[in-house]
Design a protein around this ligand. Structure first.
Ligand code: GLY
Ligand code: MN
Length: 466
């Protein structure tokens, strides 16, 4: 870009205009800003309850340190959209960078305050806020987040916080920080640092969802089901993978999701056999199956739902055969989603069925060949992360896991070529309860008959083309 300033302007005015333009050019997009519009965000009582629960797990004479996420540069003066570190969000509700949370087992004296938790966050600055939006500020931290001992991050050094006097310091090793680098490197050099226990404690807490969290997850999942249903209805040969992706994500945003929980996986034909396919550029033909693995993120919580459907709207015999094996395996996996079962029980069940059926069809000759066509786990926890943290031991009530077996037979596989390029995954989000599994994503069709019936319906997006 050329910058031409009229000669008639005085030197000072020219210098001022020039520096203003530089400011425009070099003020990055997308610093983390605070949202004061949504009325269904997690409450301050939720976050303080989580800090109390953490404190209960901590040893005597210990402190836990959590850093906010950092801003990641995309290129030049554009940053990636800010996404808060899930542990930090869980414990504070703050959606900003350059912040630090200290949770102590017992009250400590820091500055003039005696308390068991302290938050350091950025000061509000009207000039910056005109560029990148409103910040929480110290007052907001007290009134909105309910953290009474909130101080400016810029004053952090003045507090001369010395963690070496605590018997244990909980902090994750893989933290990044742009503002508290000295503090982080001191922590990493402490012999009392217990990074493993930090991971374990946060996993233990986040694995079990509260009612407030489950409400947000149900919302994210319901939005996702709506997105998949709309893509199913609109799909027809000649469309591109990105058209289906766009329809799903349009529904997400139009129903209030802030983001996707992970890059949308929308792969047809040969791409249906690629687990985490994200290119989404292929033109779809009538013979293709489309794997649509998408998840809306609502107030930090992610859904993760997969349906696979024929681009033509009608399953071929081969597609239906493979589809029904995956469905049988998935239903058997879901039946194992009961409190007390081992986390891997759904996987074992699903694998046994896929193995048996592929042997029957002659697609594999030996039982151990099953992992040629089904080579990923069946389940993961779901929550603030799509692949959420958790203990991965016995299943417990109020945890949410996915059940997502698949069969992927790429072109050139060592079996009859009539099976080639069929990739099928079926994924639901399942709440573990005291009794029956609660399939939170049952709102999107799953049998071949239900899918074919829905695909016959007109979509708003087809109407737009006419
Ligand atoms: N949705 C992608 C995955 O679970 O890996
Ligand atoms: Mn998944």
């Amino acid at each position: 870009m050329f910058l031409i300033l009229p000669k008639a302007l005085t030197k000072n005015v020219r210098a001022f205009l020039f520096s203003s333009v530089l400011l425009i050019l070099f003020t990055p997009f997308r610093a983390g800003a605070q949202n004061s519009y949504d009325i269904d965000l997690l409450t301050k009582e939720f976050h303080s309850g989580r800090r109390d629960a953490l404190r209960k797990l901590m040893d005597d004479s210990s402190v836990a340190v959590f850093f906010s996420a950092t801003i990641k540069n995309r290129s030049n003066d554009v940053d990636y959209e800010f996404h808060q570190d899930p542990n930090f969000y869980y414990l504070t509700g703050l959606n900003e960078e350059n912040a630090l949370l200290l949770v102590f087992k017992n009250d400590v004296q820091i500055g003039s305050a005696a308390a068991n938790e302290f938050l350091f966050l950025e000061d509000r600055d009207p000039k910056t806020e005109r560029w990148t939006g409103k910040k929480m500020g110290i007052d907001g931290a007290k009134t909105i987040l309910g953290i009474q001992n909130a101080f400016s991050s810029s004053s952090f050094a003045d507090f001369k916080i010395d963690l070496s006097r605590f018997k244990k310091v909980y902090c994750l090793k893989e933290n990044e920080t742009q503002l508290f680098t000295g503090f982080l490197s001191t922590i990493l050099s402490l012999t009392t640092l217990d990074s493993y226990a930090t991971k374990e404690m946060t996993a233990k807490l986040r694995e079990l969802k509260t009612k407030e969290e489950l409400d947000l997850m149900r919302k994210a999942i319901s939005i996702t089901c709506d997105g998949i249903k709309e893509a199913m209805k609109a799909l027809e040969p000649g469309m591109y993978e990105y058209n289906a992706e766009a329809i799903g994500e349009y529904v997400f945003k139009s129903k209030g999701a802030e983001d996707v929980g992970y890059p949308s996986i929308v792969g047809g034909g040969e791409n249906s056999c690629i687990l985490h396919y994200e290119t989404n550029r292929k033109k779809l033909s009538a013979k293709d199956m489309l794997v649509c693995d998408i998840g809306a993120e609502y107030h930090g919580y992610s859904a993760d739902v997969t349906r696979t459907f024929p681009v033509s709207g009608k399953f071929s015999d081969e597609q239906k055969t493979i589809y029904n094996i995956v469905l049988e395996a998935q239903q058997a996996g879901i039946a194992k989603c009961r409190a007390g079962e081992d986390f891997r029980a759904p996987h074992k069940e699903a694998t046994a069925i896929i193995q048996k059926r592929l042997l029957e069809l002659g697609i594999i000759k030996q039982p151990n060949e099953v992992n040629k066509y089904f080579f990923h786990g069946t389940s993961h926890y779901l929550g603030l992360d799509v692949h959420d943290v958790g203990i991965y031991g016995k299943l417990k009530p109020n945890s949410v896991i996915t059940v997502e077996p698949g069969i992927y037979i790429p072109f050139g596989s060592d079996c009859d070529e009539k099976w080639w390029n069929i990739g099928i995954r079926i994924e639901d989000d399942v709440l573990i309860t005291e009794t029956e599994p609660d399939v939170l994503s049952s709102c999107v069709p799953k049998t071949t008959e239900e899918i074919e019936a829905l695909m016959k319906q007109e979509s708003l997006f087809n109407l737009m083309k006419k």
